[in-house]
Design a protein. Structure first.
Length: 204
């Protein structure tokens, strides 16, 4: 991130709202970094810029030295609300990105099973999202994000909708999964308690 700023126009009046101001940060391959800050401070906005969902007003994002201008399968996102397709089984949800890449059916199924095993969902492949708990849905969402083999996993308040006990357990699980999958992770949260990661504050 090189001096990244983001402004939004004010509705009904002149001027802009400056949400991000000259944010610079280098993240090395394999690091797990937390963006920690209160609601409304610009964490999710920065994550969306990194993902390529929106452009910065100034500055730029570089991925392996190449400017980010649009979404890319090398950067996948895990959202707070799981974003699983309710009409697909857990297995088919994990296969979705692989199918879009043109991976053959047998290989898609094998990879999906491997990643579901990684997040400890073996035996739940044929369940639908409404048949599993919130914590299990988030595990499935993590497996789906990892399956396309991204360089970077972007996580936007992924445990915010969970109860405190499940949240702590999944934080521990995430650290294990990320270490096993050897991925770079940028994790956004407003929760300062029970963090087991390296926090980078967005405000002073």
């Amino acid at each position: 991130m090189e001096r990244v700023s983001k402004d939004f126009p004010l509705r009904g009046r002149a001027g802009v709202l400056n949400v991000l101001h000259e944010i610079s940060l280098d993240i090395e391959q394999g690091e797990l970094v937390v963006l920690l800050g209160p609601s409304g401070c610009g964490k999710s906005t920065l994550l969306n810029i990194i993902a390529g969902f929106m452009p910065p007003s100034a500055g730029r994002i570089l991925h392996d030295g190449i400017p980010v201008s649009k979404p890319d399968r090398r950067r996948t996102v895990v959202f707070q609300d799981y974003a699983l397709f309710p009409w697909m089984t857990v297995q088919k949800n994990v296969e979705f990105g692989l199918k879009a890449q043109g991976v053959e059916a047998a290989e898609r199924a094998r990879l999906a099973r491997d990643f579901l095993a990684l997040v400890k969902l073996t035996g739940f492949e044929d369940r639908y999202p409404y048949e599993i708990s919130g914590g299990m849905k988030q595990r499935a969402a993590i497996a789906r994000a990892l399956a396309p083999d991204p360089d970077i996993l972007l996580m936007d308040e992924p445990f915010g909708a969970l109860d405190a006990q499940t949240r702590v357990l999944l934080q521990e699980e995430l650290a294990r999964v990320v270490a096993a999958a050897k991925r770079t992770v940028l994790f956004v949260t407003h929760s300062i308690r029970k963090q087991r990661f390296l926090p980078i504050a967005l405000w002073s």
